[in-house]
Ligand binder design. Structure first.
Ligand code: RTP
Length: 157
C-alpha cells in the first residue's frame, strides 16, 4: 500500500488538531501539491484512543506519550489524514515538514514557518517506508486510497 521504496512511494501525512484549528490545512496541502505530489486519500477524523496509541506505539513509555494521545484525540478539531503519492515522497515529505522541534526546523519548512512548540507542531509525516506502510493501513481502508493520473488540458477546454 505504501508503493515501492525509492520509487513511486506513498506516505501518510496528517494535519494535527492544532494545524486544523489554526487554518493551516490549505497551506499544508498546497505545499505538497505544488511540490509535485498527488493526493490519493484524505479525510477529517477524530481518532479513537486506540488508533492514536497504535499510531504512536513506538513512543509508549515516553513522558509526553499520554499528553500526545490526548492532544490528537481531544476532538477540539479533527486530524486531517492524508496519503500523498510520488517519487521519494516519504523523505521529501519529511524535508517539507522540517525538524520535529520547531527550534531546529528551518524557515521555509512547514514547522519552521508555522509553529514554535514541539508539543504543538501541527503536522505528522511518516519517517520511513515501514512506518508509511503501517500508518496508511491504520488510518485508511484500501478502498479509501484512490488511484488516479494527473490530468490534461481536456478538463479546462
Ligand atoms: P511525527 O511522528 O508527529 O511526525 O513527529 P516526529 O516523527 O518528527 O517526532 P517523534 O519523535 O516521532 O515524536 C512524535 C510527536 O510527539 C510529540 N512530541 N512531544 N517533548 C515533547 O513534548 C515531545 N516530543 C515529541 C510531537 O508532536 C512529535 O511530532
Amino acid at each position: 500500500i505504501a508503493g515501492v521504496p525509492g520509487g513511486i512511494e506513498r506516505t501518510f501525512i496528517a494535519v494535527k488538531p492544532d494545524g486544523t484549528q489554526r487554518f493551516l490545512i490549505g497551506e499544508i496541502i498546497k505545499r505538497f501539491e505544488t511540490k509535485g505530489y498527488k493526493l490519493v486519500a484524505i479525510k477529517a477524523i477524530v481518532p479513537s484512543r486506540t488508533l492514536a496509541e497504535k499510531h504512536y506505539e513506538d513512543l509508549k513509555g515516553r513522558p509526553f506519550f499520554n499528553g500526545l494521545v490526548k492532544y490528537m484525540t481531544s476532538g477540539a478539531a479533527p486530524v486531517i489524514a492524508m496519503v500523498w503519492e510520488g517519487k521519494d515522497v516519504i523523505r521529501q515529505g519529511r524535508r517539507l515538514i522540517g525538524a520535529t522541534n520547531p527550534l531546529e526546523a528551518q524557515p521555509g519548512t512547514i514547522r519552521g514557518d508555522f509553529c514554535i512548540s514541539v508539543g504543538r507542531n501541527i503536522i505528522h509525516g511518516s519517517d520511513s517506508f515501514e512506518s508509511a506502510e503501517k500508518e496508511i493501513g491504520l488510518w485508511f481502508g484500501k478502498s479509501e486510497v484512490i488511484e488516479w493520473e494527473f490530468g490534461n488540458a481536456e478538463w479546462v477546454t
